[in-house]
Design a protein around this ligand. Structure first.
Ligand SMILES: Cc1cc2nc3c(=O)[nH]c(=O)nc-3n(C[C@H](O)[C@H](O)[C@H](O)COP(=O)(O)OP(=O)(O)OC[C@H]3O[C@@H](n4cnc5c(N)ncnc54)[C@H](O)[C@@H]3O)c2cc1C
Length: 168
């Protein structure tokens, strides 16, 4: 994910890098998906032939895409997922990619924390919601402890600010 401008209201450029990056032999995922498509085609062709229910009309990817390379491109172009994460990771002081420190604070700013799916250095598994609940509990502890020590907290300023809104 990259900022396109210095205006925080502008939507950033988001590239999921599906099947283009990863660890280990990440291209296995693409190969496996393409093999799955080819396998499904063979099953349906055999079924149509043996039951006389053909010809079948394939809607997606469509019979015009009939090479392995073509299927690879189709998979890359059309894949999507629900588990965007890790764009704003917590990390060590000497890690240039560590947007946050261990207290969820954005490095180089004051009074700004991030607590959501973006904080993980690596995706914490296939389903990430439970991990987000856990990291949120951790953040609540960190923020509460920080508030108790009054770190970066001008209580007098808050009282002055809220005076006009409070009746008691
Ligand atoms: C269809 C779908 C199915 C999923 N199924 C699963 C599943 O089965 N299991 C699983 O583990 N995960 C699942 N996920 C993933 C999971 O829901 C997300 O990873 C998780 O909700 C991300 O949490 P988050 O706190 O980072 O962001 P979100 O839950 O997206 O929270 C962001 C919040 O910020 C608010 N917001 C946005 N912009 C602003 C703004 N400018 N001002 C104020 N508020 C703003 C939004 O309204 C939203 O409430 C699914 C996701 C989708 C889309």
């Amino acid at each position: 994910m990259k900022l396109r401008t210095a205006d925080p209201r502008d939507v950033p450029a988001i590239n999921f890098n599906y099947f283009d990056t990863g660890s280990g032999n990440w291209s296995y995922d693409l190969d496996a998906t393409v093999e799955g498509l080819q396998f499904a085609r063979r099953i349906l062709a055999t079924y149509a032939q043996q039951t006389g229910s053909g010809p079948l009309h394939e809607i997606a990817p469509g019979s015009q895409i009939n090479t392995t390379e073509g299927l690879r491109e189709w998979v890359k172009d059309t894949s999507w997922g629900h588990h965007a994460s890790c764009s704003c990771p917590i990390g060590a002081d000497d890690d240039p990619m560590a947007v946050l420190n261990s207290e969820f604070k954005v490095r180089g700013t004051l009074g700004l924390r991030v607590v959501d799916a973006s904080v993980f250095p690596q995706i914490p598994g296939f389903y990430i919601q439970t991990s987000i609940y856990m990291i949120s509990e951790k953040a609540a502890e960190v923020i509460t402890a920080s508030a108790k020590t009054m770190e970066h907290f001008d209580y007098g300023r808050v009282k002055r600010f809220t005076k006009g809104f409070c009746h008691q």
